[in-house]
Design a protein around this ligand. Structure first.
Ligand SMILES: [Fe+2]
Length: 480
């Protein structure tokens, strides 16, 4: 039986090497789920640029972690890294591979002690064009009312694998952009399940910290992201803002659970200054700002807009990929929290006078409230009224001349919306106006608020039985 399972897995692995999709029906997935390899958490995070990738996985040993990278001509190189003991008593192994050439297909294996992973692939794009899969609120959950424990992890990760398979049929993504709430309780088991799909291991994964990722402590050891801003006055205990450049796009990935406006502005200014020649600027963060789809969240949204709206405008952000509300929406074009152009659906905008923000539903928990029970404010442009329980995802083509978003339903297989942004210079149509006069005060108040919020987070974690130190939580002094 074990031998048969091995042959079956080998066939699936080989199939998965030919495209990002990993075709498996639920029975095949359940068999794969029984293997140790499904739970090893192998993840490829982006490097600071295309010449690097940052790889992580879990093991039960503190042996030196190594990645063997082999190019298309069979030439191998071994990269060594570091390991960190997780709160669950396992080890998080982290290795950075460097010197990647464009337009190349590499294979890699991860080794620590007796563990050697299966063979996976890293493909680098030719030139600056690339395709991303954007999704949000994957919500891998250990334990829910109707679907407890192990089955829940297995079934949630199966749906994620189904999306990867469908996305791979549309266009092979070079990277997965995930706008937060990868996990529901922030547990290590949830991140292991998130990383189960071999298709996931054959592309890069750029995660955002969601409010649910922040319920636990495991995200801190799961992630291995580049250019984190560890100089924060007031940080978040599981991670920081980080940036990377891919093609002609600067991605600024913000920790929006952290209200420290002073730190976020400082981070964005230094990320932009370090990449002055990069044409497109994209923000990824978890909290939705403009959809207005959930009335009871509107007071929170108003506060968040005070901090984030002027930052998006000051730094000429073209597109913001958000999450949190679990409802597909595309905002109107916004500048300093005011609508400057309208969005209707299937839009093509040239030199948009501000930022467009969007939310791509939720993978495992789409909101199915009837539209008449949800409020809309004037910042929301297009929303997908037929969303119901559908699983949605978007493919985004990034080129020098345009960013083109195509949004799909996994359930119907149909493309239901698109958004194309074009601009003829780096500035495009972004207006040249100053931030509101009260902005420094807002940013300062946000930083003070975060300090006290971190104290309450420390109390919560201690009450939950986590062995964390006060300074570790206040200032993230133990960032792996
Ligand atoms: Fe969520």
């Amino acid at each position: 039986m074990k031998k048969l399972l091995g042959i079956f897995l080998a066939v699936l692995m080989i199939a998965s090497m030919s495209s990002v999709g990993f075709a498996a029906d639920s029975e095949e997935w359940n068999e794969y789920w029984k293997t140790d390899e499904a739970h090893s958490g192998v993840t490829v995070f982006p490097g600071g640029d295309e010449t690097q990738r940052r790889i992580s996985w879990y093991s039960d040993t503190d042996a030196l972690p190594k990645v063997t990278l082999t190019d298309s001509e069979g030439k191998s190189e071994i990269f060594e890294g570091r390991c960190f003991k997780t709160y669950d008593g396992a080890y998080a192994d982290k290795v950075t591979v460097t010197g990647l050439k464009e337009g190349e297909t590499y294979t890699y294996t991860c080794t620590s002690g007796d563990y050697t992973s299966e063979v996976y692939t890293i493909k680098t794009p030719s030139g600056s064009d690339f395709t991303a899969l954007y999704l949000t609120d994957i919500h891998i959950s250990e334990g829910e009312e109707q679907n407890e424990g192990e089955d829940s992890l297995r079934d949630d990760s199966f749906i994620f694998n189904e999306v990867l398979e469908a996305a791979g049929k549309n266009a092979e993504p070079d990277i997965i952009l995930s706008a937060g709430d990868q996990a529901t309780q922030g547990l290590e088991s949830e991140y292991r399940a998130l990383a189960a799909s071999p298709a996931y291991r054959n592309t890069s994964f750029a995660p955002v910290i969601g409010n649910h990722d922040r319920k636990g402590v495991a995200y801190k050891y799961f992630k291995n992201v580049p250019n984190e801003d560890t100089s924060n006055i007031c940080g978040s205990y599981i991670g920081f803002d980080y940036w990377f450049v891919k093609g002609d796009t600067l991605f600024m990935v913000m920790e929006s659970n952290n209200g420290s406006g002073i730190d976020h502005r400082s981070f964005m200014r230094s990320a932009v200054n370090a990449n002055k020649d990069v044409k497109w600027r994209v923000v990824m963060m978890h909290h939705d700002l403009y959809s207005g789809r959930i009335p009871h969240r509107e007071s929170e949204n108003k506060l968040l807009r005070l901090i984030w709206g002027p930052l998006f405008s000051e730094f000429d952000i073209d597109l913001a990929l958000l999450g949190h509300s679990h409802y597909y929406t595309v905002s109107n074009v916004i500048y300093n929290n005011k609508v400057t152009a309208e969005i209707k659906g299937n839009d093509v905008l040239t030199n948009a006078p501000g930022t467009v923000s969007m939310v791509s539903g939720s993978l495992n928990h789409p909101r199915n409230d009837p539209p008449e029970e949800l409020g809309l404010n004037d910042t929301a442009g297009y929303y997908y009224a037929q969303q119901g329980d559908q699983v949605l995802y978007s493919m985004i083509d990034f080129t020098e001349d345009e960013i083109c978003v195509r949004s799909y339903s996994l359930d119907t297989g149909e493309q239901f919306n698109s958004l194309t942004l074009k601009k003829d210079s780096q500035k495009g149509g972004h207006p040249q106006k100053s931030a509101p006069f009260y902005q420094p005060a807002v940013n300062f108040i946000g930083t003070v608020y975060q300090f006290f919020n971190n104290i309450s987070v420390y109390d919560r974690l201690k009450e939950s039985g986590f062995e964390v130190g006060l300074f570790e939580v206040l200032f993230n002094t133990k960032n792996p």
